[in-house]
Design a protein around this ligand. Sequence first.
Ligand SMILES: [Zn+2]
Length: 64
Amino acid sequence: MEYNIGDIVRTKKQHPCGSKLWEITRVGVDFKLKCLGCSHVIMLERHKALKMITKRIEKEEGRN
Ligand SMILES: [Zn+2]
């Protein structure tokens, strides 16, 4: 699956803040994900990010 900047995705493991939703802020060799719960930003290698992401969420649903 292809991802774009601004996509909201769900991950297998929840962040310590309790959120499983992330916004993609960078794609490429590395992915940057911003937690929608606490705005924490993480950077992951592409293959790790793809393993971690379970699905893409519609933006309206992700932001409520
Ligand atoms: Zn968080």
